[in-house]
Design a protein around this ligand. Structure first.
Ligand SMILES: [Zn+2]
Length: 97
């Protein structure tokens, strides 16, 4: 096995991964009406996906603001995302502490 960097998503179960994928498509406005209904219902009932959605929505906004487009340069998206995840954990830790 090489020391290749595994994508962050590799940590998630296939089920979780498909929810995440739908969230990305949802944010990109790529879902049809029935898929939209499904993901909205799922978001309403799944706190994990809600927080994932919040992170992705924030990330999308930041990328758009700093790059004036949806396309971030290589690596930027990952860096911002990692940063948001860390900050969100800090906030949650503060709530629970
Ligand atoms: Zn979920």
């Amino acid at each position: 096995m090489s020391e290749e960097r595994t994508p962050e998503t590799a940590r998630f179960s296939p089920e979780r991964l498909s929810s995440l994928e739908r969230i990305y498509h949802y944010l990109d406005g790529e879902l049809d009406a029935s898929e939209l209904g499904e993901i909205e219902h799922h978001l309403a009932t799944c706190p994990e996906c809600q927080s994932e959605y919040a992170i992705e929505a924030m990330l999308k906004q930041l990328v758009r603001r700093s790059c004036q487009s949806d396309e971030a340069p290589d690596g930027l998206r990952e860096r911002i995302r990692a940063r948001i995840v860390v900050e969100q954990r800090t906030i949650i830790a503060r709530w629970n502490g």
